[in-house]
Write a protein that binds this ligand. Structure first.
Ligand SMILES: [Zn+2]
Length: 422
């Protein structure tokens, strides 16, 4: 298959200004990129007139939870039988793809094999979806975020409670055996998990070290849920590769992130916070007001820290814990708007976080995330200019096509999915 995309404004993902140009696709890769005035040898290629449209790399969701299936509470995930849960996870992958995300780095699965099974089905072409890096469930200490049990009943959610380095190691190795690409460690607690608050680093040094060692020994990566400043430092100390949230990172933690910026990735996962705050503002119950009071300072801390991370050039990926009732799967492109509105990113910087940095967190920065000769042909052709208004990416009707590995897909009428063209 050869396709010449002719006359689009090409934004290549590097942050350079877009230019009117030609992009030639051969098979799954980009064969040539040239300004409009230059000739591109395209004999026999199908020509697509893209004049007036915007061409950019496919987006990368850097904090995906495809098995979080829009339930109001995380503990509801434990009630889903694995068969049903796998189908719903597949559906979430298709929704994410239909929202313009051609790749996704998972930040935890609700059951050990959910990401793995969906990743493999996509790779084999059984279903259409984004290329996926699979994660483990959230390894958490007893009482930590994701320990959904009660004393009188066993209730799974999206976490597995493990205490002490031996238990962490054993569970990490089990998840690695089952095929995950990343081990998730909940080093800090979370707002609302009263036995493990967001400002506390509840997973010990020895536990973090055991999880990271297991992942790295298998050639895989470790990611951390790390809101507390001490949890960020603990993650850095033990070589965690992806350090999510970082809301309360102090000066020392920020210095550590900056010193490690060629090695680590961060991601705020701000989408869920913003959506919850939006719904709480219309909630006049005492409970609603109490939550608004608790969440607002954390949101303000996140905004402050991410202005600073941007200034220091620390790599930040988009992706916002989508998959709850307040922020359902498929609305993920809202995250880019949040980066612009709340973190001081320019639209170009938010787009770079979603494309170039996204390619890097997928471990494929050499072939993914840019419109460049030799790169994988993951592209979005858009009716509109996201550099002028980042919100155009939230309107699926504006996607003239979503391309992954050189194959074109178009949004389905009235459904959040896509249809393969050929
Ligand atoms: Zn998450």
């Amino acid at each position: 298959m050869r396709l010449l995309i002719d006359g689009a404004m090409v934004w290549d993902g590097t942050g350079a200004k877009p230019f009117a140009g030609k992009v030639l696709i051969e098979g799954e890769r980009i064969a040539a990129v040239a300004p409009q005035a230059e000739n591109v040898a395209s004999d026999g290629a199908e020509r697509l007139d893209a004049a007036g449209k915007f061409l950019m790399p496919g987006m990368v969701e850097g904090h995906a939870h495809l098995s979080f299936v829009d339930t109001p509470r995380g503990t509801a995930l434990g009630e889903l039988p694995p068969e049903d849960h796998a189908l719903l996870t597949m559906d979430a992958a298709r929704k994410l793809f239909g929202a313009g995300f051609t790749s996704a780095c998972s930040a935890a699965a609700a059951k050990i094999r959910l990401d793995v099974a969906v990743r493999d089905a996509i790779d084999r072409g059984v279903i259409d979806g984004p290329r996926l890096l699979a994660a483990s469930p959230e390894l958490t200490v007893t009482g930590g975020l994701g320990d959904g049990r009660k004393l009188h009943l066993h209730q799974d959610s999206f976490g597995v409670a493990v205490d002490g380095p031996d238990e962490v190691r054993r569970m990490a190795r089990l998840c690695l055996r089952e095929g995950v690409d990343m081990i998730k460690l909940n080093i800090s607690g979370e707002l609302g998990t009263d036995s493990a608050p967001a400002i506390a680093a509840v997973m010990t040094d020895a536990e973090v070290a055991a999880g990271v060692e297991a992942a790295h020994t298998a050639g895989r990566r470790a990611a951390a849920h790390a809101r507390a400043s001490d949890s960020v430092k603990r993650a850095l100390r033990h070589g965690v590769d992806v350090i999510y949230h970082c809301d309360y990172a102090d000066e020392e933690a920020l210095d550590g992130l900056e010193a490690a910026k060629d090695r680590v990735f961060t991601g705020p996962a701000i989408g869920l916070t913003v959506s919850r705050l939006e719904s709480l503002r219309g909630d006049n119950t005492a409970e609603g007001r109490r939550w608004l009071e608790r969440m607002t300072p954390q949101f303000e801390a996140t905004c402050k820290v991410h202005h600073e991370m941007r200034r220091r050039g620390i790599r930040v990926v988009v992706g916002g814990d989508y998959g709850f009732a307040a922020n359902p799967q498929g609305t993920n492109a809202r995250d880019l708007e949040h980066f612009v509105t709340h973190f001081g990113f320019s639209p170009s910087e938010a787009l770079q976080a979603a494309t170039r940095t996204g390619g890097e967190i997928m471990r494929r920065g050499h072939e993914l995330g840019l419109v460049r000769q030799g790169y994988l042909a993951d592209l979005l052709l858009i009716d509109g200019d996201p550099l002028k208004d980042i919100r155009v990416l939230q309107d699926k009707k504006r996607f003239a096509f979503i391309m992954k590995d050189g194959v074109r897909y178009v949004p389905c009428q009235g459904a959040p999915h896509v249809r393969r063209l050929h």
